[in-house]
Ligand binder design. Structure first.
Ligand code: SF4
Ligand code: SF4
Length: 375
C-alpha cells in the first residue's frame, strides 16, 4: 500500500492530542514515521507497535492537520498491518473478538441486551415490536448501554416514550464491530458489518444511542444516510414541543445553581459536527452548563477510545484524569456527556473525595421529562 501525503512537521497535530499531552510521547508524527516503515516493509519494534496502539483515534490530529493527511485511515491501516504480520496485541484482544463472534457482545454474555428493562417500558417496547412493520425505525442500543450502563438505556427509553417516538428494539442486537476493527482484525469486523447490514435492511432509519456505534456505522456501513444519533432526534422533538408551547415544566431546579461541565464526545464532534444539538437540549431543559477550556471540535478525548483501555488501561485513566482535574479546578460538581465510553472512563478516573458526579445527558433529560409528566 502506498499512501500519498506530505507531512510538513508543523506539529499542529500535537496540540489536542490526548496521548501526547499526557505522556509527551507517541505523537502523530512519530506514528507517521512508523507507518512509513510499515509501508516500506521494514520490521518494526515492540515499542513502535505500542506507539501505534497508544492512540485514542480521537481525530484531534487529523482535524488540525493543515496538509489534510487522513491520519485515522493511516492508523487503521497500520493496526491492520500489525495484526496481520505480528498478531494480536494481548490475550484481552483475542478474548474480546472471540466473545463478539460467539455471543454478539464483548463481555461474552448470553443474555439479551433487553434484559432488565422495567416491565412498564418492556410492555411499551413489545407494542413497538407489533408496530415494527409500520415504524421501520430501529433504535440501536449498543453493547455498553445493553450490558454495562443499563440506567442510561432505560433513561433513553423513557425519553423516547415521552416524545412518542415509534421504534423497534432487536432482541438479538449485535455488536457494531468497532471494538474488533480497533484491534486491526478487519476481516472479522467486515463479517460483522455484513451480518448487521442484512438485519438493518428492513429499516428505513436507525437511531443510535451510543456515539461509538454511530460513528462506526457512518464510516463503515452502507446507506450512511439512514443513521442518526439519539441526541439529534431528541433535539428535533424538544424544539418542536417548545415551539408548540408544550415544555411547560419549570427548568431543572436541582441543577440550576451548579457548575456542571459538558464534555463533547470525539465521535460526535469532529467527524459529524454534532456540537450545538446537546447544548440546545440542555438550554431547553434548564441545565446551566459550562464548557471545558478545550471543547467542541477542540475537545480533549476522555482517554477510553480507540481500544486504549484494552491495550493500556493505566494511560486511558491518566488521560481521563486530565478532564477531572479541570472540572475540580473550576469547582464543578458534575460532568455531563453523551458517550458511554466517556462515562465509564471518567467514573474510573474520579474518586469519592473528588465529589464529581459523572452522568449522561439522557439522565438529566429523563429527570426533566418526569417533571413535565408530574406537572
Ligand atoms: S487520534 Fe487522537 S490520540 Fe491518536 S494521535 Fe491523533 S490526536 Fe493523538
Ligand atoms: S499537523 Fe499534519 S503536517 Fe503538521 S506535523 Fe502533524 S501530520 Fe504533519
Amino acid at each position: 500500500m502506498n499512501f500519498d501525503y506530505k507531512c510538513v512537521e508543523c506539529r499542529a497535530c500535537e496540540e489536542n492530542c490526548s496521548i501526547f499531552i499526557t505522556t509527551g510521547n507517541n505523537s502523530p508524527m512519530e506514528k507517521l514515521k512508523i507507518i512509513d516503515d510499515l509501508q516500506n516493509k521494514i520490521k518494526i519494534t515492540d515499542d513502535q507497535i505500542h506507539t501505534i496502539f497508544n492512540c485514542n483515534k480521537c481525530e484531534a490530529c487529523q482535524n488540525s492537520c493543515p496538509q489534510q493527511i487522513p491520519l485515522i485511515k493511516l492508523y487503521d491501516w497500520a493496526r491492520h498491518e500489525i495484526q496481520s504480520s505480528y498478531g494480536l496485541r494481548n490475550e484481552k484482544q483475542s478474548r474480546l473478538i472471540q466473545n463478539i463472534v460467539l455471543t454478539g457482545n464483548p463481555f461474552g454474555s448470553e443474555e439479551s441486551r433487553l434484559k432488565g428493562i422495567s416491565l412498564e417500558l418492556l410492555n411499551k417496547t413489545k407494542d413497538q415490536e407489533i408496530k415494527r412493520v409500520e415504524s421501520k425505525t430501529l433504535l440501536h442500543l449498543g453493547c455498553m448501554l445493553g450490558y454495562r450502563l443499563n440506567s442510561m438505556r432505560d433513561d433513553l427509553l423513557q425519553i423516547f416514550d415521552f416524545l412518542n417516538i415509534n421504534y423497534t428494539l432487536l432482541k438479538n442486537e449485535n455488536c457494531c464491530g468497532y471494538f474488533v476493527w480497533n484491534t486491526g482484525d478487519h476481516a472479522t469486523a467486515r463479517k460483522i458489518i455484513g451480518k448487521n447490514s442484512q438485519d438493518f435492511n428492513q429499516f428505513d432509519k436507525i437511531i443510535c444511542a451510543c456515539a461509538g456505534c454511530y460513528t462506526f456505522f457512518k464510516e463503515h456501513y452502507p446507506n450512511k444516510e439512514k443513521f442518526f444519533h439519539c441526541i439529534e432526534i431528541i433535539d428535533e422533538n424538544l424544539t418542536r414541543l417548545k415551539q408548540e408551547g408544550k415544555l411547560h415544566a419549570k427548568p431543572l431546579n436541582n441543577t440550576v445553581d451548579k457548575a456542571i461541565l459538558f464534555h463533547d464526545s470525539c465521535h460526535l464532534t469532529r467527524p459529524h459536527k454534532i456540537i450545538d444539538a446537546p447544548r440546545r437540549v440542555m438550554k431547553s431543559i434548564g441545565i446551566k452548563y459550562k464548557n471545558f477550556a478545550r471543547h467542541g471540535e477542540n475537545s480533549l478525548c476522555c482517554g477510553a477510545d480507540g481500544g486504549l483501555r484494552m491495550i493500556n488501561p493505566d494511560l486511558a485513566i491518566k488521560i481521563g484524569l486530565e478532564r477531572v482535574k479541570e472540572a475540580k479546578k473550576v469547582n464543578s460538581d458534575g460532568i455531563i456527556t453523551l458517550c458511554p465510553f466517556c462515562i465509564f472512563n471518567f467514573r474510573d478516573a474520579t474518586s469519592e473525595e473528588d465529589a464529581i458526579e459523572v452522568q449522561s445527558l439522557y439522565h438529566h433529560i429523563r429527570n426533566y421529562v418526569e417533571l413535565i409528566e408530574k406537572s
